[in-house]
Design a binder for this molecule. Structure first.
Ligand code: ZN
Ligand code: ZN
Length: 143
């Protein structure tokens, strides 16, 4: 008997898999999206299933779903939204807080941010945003 095709999944992957099966169409369909660009605060989404999500722009920048940022996070063991540790030398320097200079819808399924640091590769789909919902309830399920 061959063991081909059997994949050992880590506990974390198994959890992710379980979470991925759970989302209903209403859970990934926004009823209302508020991008507080002029206030510089963040994004709020009310979902069709009644759930509400809110993220700061800093959090969203650190959760950029593009391949480069994703790989960087994986390599460093950071979760989406988790800030990079700052190198000591930079502590004294003023770094402008992340905020978008441009927010554009991508079809009906995503938002694209052009950040003030010039990065704009991330496409934040509704599904991705719902999966990384930063409310207490969702955070508790993920950890
Ligand atoms: Zn990115
Ligand atoms: Zn939530």
């Amino acid at each position: 008997m061959s063991h081909e095709g059997i994949r050992i999944v880590s506990e974390e992957e198994a959890r992710k898999g379980a979470a991925e099966e759970k989302l209903s169409p209403d859970a990934v369909a926004p009823a209302k999206v508020r991008v507080k660009k002029s206030e510089g605060t963040g994004v709020e989404i009310d979902w069709r299933d009644g759930h509400k999500s809110a993220w700061s722009f800093r959090w969203l920048r650190d959760a950029c779903p593009c391949a480069t940022c994703h790989e960087e996070r994986e390599a460093a063991g950071r979760k989406p939204g988790e800030a990079k540790p700052k190198p000591q030398a930079l502590l004294a320097m003023y770094a402008e807080p992340p905020k978008p200079v441009e927010v554009t819808p991508v079809g009906k399924y995503a938002l694209k941010f052009k950040w003030n640091d010039g990065h704009e590769a991330g496409i934040y789909s509704w599904e991705y945003l719902r999966r990384v919902c930063d409310c207490d309830e969702c955070r508790a399920v993920r950890t």
